[in-house]
Design a binder for this molecule. Structure first.
Ligand code: ZN
Length: 258
C-alpha cells in the first residue's frame, strides 16, 4: 500500500473516535431531559396538592371563626328573651333564634365537608410526596451516571485531540489538507479500505484494475464514486506509528492517478 497513507489511517482512527465521543456528549443533555421531565411533573403535582390542602385548611379555620361569632351572637339573642315584655315580641324573637340555629347547622355542615376534603387531599398529597421522593432518587442516580460519563468522555476527548494534533504534524501538509477536505465534504471518513472488491466508504464495486493498483501501492488512488482515498489493509506495514522522521521526499513521490 501507499506508505504515506499509514499515518493517515492512524489519524482517521483517532478522528472517528473523536466524532463518536462528540456525538455521545451531544446526547447527554437529551438524556438528562428525559429524566428531568417526570421530575418536574412530580414536583408540580406535589406543589399543587399541598397548595390545595393549605387552602382548604384556611377555609375550614375561617368557617370555624364564623361559627364562634355566630354562636356568640345567638347566645346574646337567647339572653335577651327574658327582657321581652309582649308575647308578640317573644314569638318574633324565638323565630329569629330558630333561623340562627339553622344557620349554625349550615356552617357546621360546611366545616365537616371541608374536613373530609382535607383528609382526602392529604392522602393525595402524601402519595404525590412519595412519588416525588422516588423520582428524585432516580434522577440523582441518573444525573450521577451522566456526569461521570461526561467526565470520562471529555477526558478521553482531550487526550485524543492532543494525539490527533501530534499525529497531524507527521503528515505531509498537502496530503493532510486533502484528507481534511474529503473528511469535511463526506462528513465522516476520508480514507476507505478496499474489502472484497468493494469501497468500504460507498459500498460500491471497484474496477479490478484499480484494486490491483491500490494493492501494488505507490500512487495514491481515490474511489471513482465517493472520492475517498483508497487503501488495502493487506499491505499495511508492521510499523503503524510513524515517528517524526517521516521523510518529505517520499511524500513528494505521491502521484495522482485518479
Ligand atoms: Zn467509494
Amino acid at each position: 500500500m501507499n506508505q504515506n497513507l499509514s499515518p493517515l489511517i492512524e489519524l482517521q482512527k483517532l478522528d472517528l473516535r473523536i466524532a463518536e465521543i462528540k456525538e455521545q456528549r451531544r446526547k447527554i443533555p437529551e438524556r438528562l431531559q428525559v429524566v428531568d421531565l417526570p421530575l418536574r411533573e412530580a414536583r408540580q403535582l406535589h406543589q399543587e396538592t399541598s397548595g390545595s390542602v393549605e387552602t382548604l385548611i384556611k377555609e375550614r379555620r375561617s368557617s370555624e371563626h364564623d361559627l364562634e361569632a355566630h354562636e356568640a351572637h345567638t347566645d346574646k339573642m337567647k339572653s335577651r328573651l327574658s327582657e321581652l315584655k309582649s308575647n308578640k315580641e317573644y314569638q318574633a324573637h324565638l323565630f329569629e333564634i330558630e333561623v340562627a340555629n339553622k344557620k349554625k347547622g349550615d356552617i357546621e355542615e360546611k366545616i365537616l365537608l371541608c374536613m373530609e376534603k382535607v383528609e382526602q387531599l392529604q392522602r393525595v398529597a402524601k402519595e404525590a410526596q412519595e412519588k416525588l421522593s422516588t423520582i428524585e432518587k432516580s434522577f440523582v442516580q441518573e444525573k450521577q451516571v451522566l456526569d461521570e460519563l461526561e467526565h470520562r468522555l471529555s477526558t478521553e476527548l482531550a487526550d485524543l485531540e492532543s494525539q490527533q494534533q501530534a499525529r497531524s504534524a507527521h503528515v505531509e501538509k498537502g496530503l493532510l489538507a486533502r484528507y481534511n477536505s474529503i473528511k469535511a465534504s463526506r462528513k465522516d471518513h476520508a480514507l476507505a479500505e478496499i474489502k472484497e472488491g468493494i469501497c468500504s466508504g460507498c459500498r460500491l464495486q471497484l474496477p479490478p484494475q484499480l484494486i490491483s493498483e491500490v494493492k501494488r501501492g505507490g500512487d495514491l488512488h481515490t474511489c471513482p464514486y465517493c472520492r475517498r482515498m483508497l487503501y488495502w489493509s493487506g499491505q499495511i506495514p508492521v510499523e503503524s506509528t510513524p515517528g517524526p522522521d517521516l521523510d518529505k521526499t517520499s511524500v513528494l513521490e505521491i502521484g495522482e492517478s485518479v
